[in-house]
Write a protein that binds this ligand. Structure first.
Ligand code: MTE
Ligand code: CO
Length: 428
């Protein structure tokens, strides 16, 4: 490259940086001036040659299957010992406060199983369709892969997510209050193709997917949903499902409660009425204040949470440019709008939804502001594409009482204290 050319590029870069600064000031954006100021002559991270620059690094034989940097070892799923009687029928939580964007990495997707992780051998895997069909069928994994495939990014939220918070603030971390959700790109066969191959009888109205794990989990799913957007999925984020997510095949039921997403799926029975299985009678029903239970509450209501700052991710600076970020989702569509408050709901500000806005998928939002260092009461409130507005926890309690552990989509409050420490609280 000629000298002259290089110089003109430098001039362009300077010009565009100046323009950026000017436009971010105009847009009210904060600039990290103080902390980013140069310490070039005194900072050993700049003045000393670092170890990693001095020697050759590991070769391409280092890790045939890549793992995160050793400095990210704390970014893991966690479980709460006292929450369940055994680790086989239990749950661990996605570390939402360590993630960004909308996709959950496969190794960090929360796990919920009722009978442990089934270790299914792919060669012996079978999926049977029987009941009210013209021709009962049994598919191998290879058979499934000969049907046309679809890719879909969908969130899966357990109906019990935030369930511990019904009676007040309990768990001091966004991972534990909201971490029973993940968002994955699934590849699979539309369930409709398989049901059509078997031929539905005219009185078919419901299906009952059943798992091949020790819990043999089953749920009644209405046929209209099965024929709409359900997938028989064998890939997550491009690679084979992880054992804990149902390897080799799971059911994807977009927008509907996680319990219906049967893992290690081995059979689908077609019927003319629901089965009233354990998971839709004694569990996954919402006991109201008057003793009656809401049943078949399939769709996950619109919800959001600020992931940073949050109790496990305090603010580390004392004031100035600050980024608030979080996630919002709805089982009924997309999220056109998220508002954020810094003062417990007195004043709301429009947050910026960034990245893909997909149907029944997590959405990422940001709110950038100039923090004066004073305590904050942070909340986010999402609105979905049907116009539904995420309710407060008190509004939910007024409508449904406090008996349920399921379907708590109330607004979460984080108290940022002097010094940046964050606590799970409620305001009323
Ligand atoms: N499928 C089977 N076969 N067995 C199970 O225990 N748990 C259900 C559902 N599918 C379960 C299952 C519940 S309650 C939830 S929330 C989701 O799987 C969790 O999916 P994940 O482990 O991929 O996060
Ligand atoms: Co669940």
């Amino acid at each position: 490259m000629s000298r002259k050319k290089k110089k003109s590029i430098e001039t362009d870069v300077t010009a565009s940086r100046r323009e950026f600064l000017r436009s971010s000031i105009a847009a009210g954006g904060a600039i990290v001036a103080g902390s980013a100021a140069a310490h070039a002559d005194s900072d050993p991270a700049i003045t000393d040659l670092q170890e990693w620059s001095r020697y050759l690094g590991d070769g391409v034989d280092r890790a045939p299957y890549g793992v995160p940097s050793e400095h990210e070892k704390h970014v893991v799923r966690r479980y709460v010992g006292w929450l369940t009687a055994s680790v086989e029928s239990s749950v661990n939580f996605t570390p939402l406060h360590e993630l960004d964007g909308i996709i959950t990495p496969n190794g960090l997707c929360f796990e919920r199983h009722h009978g442990g992780v089934a270790e299914v051998e792919p060669d012996k895997y079978r999926l049977m369709i029987n009941g009210l069909v013209e021709k009962p069928l049994v598919f191998t994994l290879d058979d499934l892969k000969r049907f046309p495939r679809k890719n879909q990014i969908n969130f899966l939220e357990c109906a019990a997510n935030s369930g511990m918070e019904w009676r007040g603030a309990q768990l001091n971390g966004c991972q534990f209050t909201h971490g029973m959700v993940h968002n994955v790109m699934y590849t699979g066969v539309p369930l409709r193709y398989l049901l059509e191959e078997a031929g539905l009888k005219t009185n078919a109205k419901w299906i009952m997917p059943e798992g091949g794990d020790a819990s043999g989990m089953n749920r009644s799913v209405p046929l209209f949903k099965a024929l709409d957007d359900c997938l028989i999925a064998f890939k997550m984020n491009g690679e084979a499902l992880r054992p804990e997510q149902g390897y080799p095949v799971r059911l994807v039921v977009p927008g509907w409660e996680g319990n219906m997403w049967v893992k290690w799926i081995r059979r689908i029975e077609v019927g003319d009425e629901p089965w009233h299985a354990r998971e839709e009678t004694s569990k996954y029903t919402d006991l109201m204040a008057n003793g009656k239970a809401r049943r078949f509450t399939w769709e996950m209501d619109c919800k959001s949470v600020i992931t940073n700052p949050s109790p496990e991710a305090p603010l580390k600076h004392d004031k100035g440019a600050t980024v608030i970020t979080g996630l919002a989702w709805s089982g009924r569509g997309t999220i056109p709008r998220v508002d954020v408050t810094l003062d417990g709901g007195r004043n709301w500000h429009a947050a910026r939804v960034d990245g893909p806005s997909l149907d029944k998928s997590l959405h990422r939002f940001y709110y950038e502001f100039d923090w004066n260092g004073a305590p904050l009461l942070l909340q986010s409130r999402a609105v979905d594409s049907t116009g539904y507005i995420q309710p407060t926890k008190d509004e939910l309690r007024t409508a449904r009482g406090e008996n349920s552990i399921y379907h708590n989509n109330g607004i979460q409050t984080w108290h940022v204290k002097n010094g940046g420490e964050v606590e799970n609280v409620e305001v009323s």
